[in-house]
Design a protein around this ligand. Sequence first.
Ligand code: V07
Length: 260
Amino acid sequence: MFDKLFNKFSNDTKEEIKLDENKMPQHIAIIMDGNGRWAQKRDLPRVAGHKRGMEVVKDITKTASGLGVKVLTLYAFSTENWKRPKKEVNFLMDLPVKFFDTFVPELIENNIKVNVMGYTEYLPEKTQKAVNDAIEQTKNNTGMILNFALNYGSRAEIITAVKKIALDVKNQKLAVDEIDEDVISKSLMTQSVAPYNDPELLIRTSGEERISNFLLWQLAYSELVFSDKFWPEYKPSDLIEDINKYQHRDRRFGGVKEGK
Ligand code: V07
């Protein structure tokens, strides 16, 4: 199964990478950076990069699903992205519509379920409708969860969680002493992909080495892999390469390995 999959995508690799099936990250998160720069380098408008980036989302989604990943979280639009030119924001708000018009049948074929986390109530009506339709049409799928972070920001997420916990204390549903990692984890937006709340692997494309307000709590012990590729040129073989890097990291969670 793995070999077949690999061969399917290996036409763009130089050397063959063997992934360890027993060390697959169950939850991968990706910051899909470099769309605008990819386009500008080619004298194209920035939105051409976003459009191409959406096609890459489709490819990488199918690859991750084929590899047995349980949750793929993609940072599509941050709470800061509203500062971009109005034309660009409008174009971005149309992408979920275009995405679902062309991709829902393939999501169903591949048993992939769509989830969205973020402050979606502030998105244009048509965007909300596209998102809700896709969630509805894939709700019975039992395979990988394709989790879009849309109008998401991690500090905002933490503020919302703190307010909710404070209210529970005020209403005597929760004692202050009961507040622990589990209570906080369950109050964050990633509770919608439980039990895979925390990604084991974060990938950021385009050479930037920052977290940029993405999953601040959830990334506490994640492996971070930074790829120099711009998102529109990110290939299934790049994902395999980055998972391979993850598989060669020594994960200790603050402890040490026994016998060392
Ligand atoms: C967006 C394409 C990928 C590169 C990064 C920015 C541009 C897919 C979606 C999407 C989001 C929610 C959803 C279905 C599809 C998307 C935005 C931007 C705002 F339910 N790609 N993509 N949304 N880009």
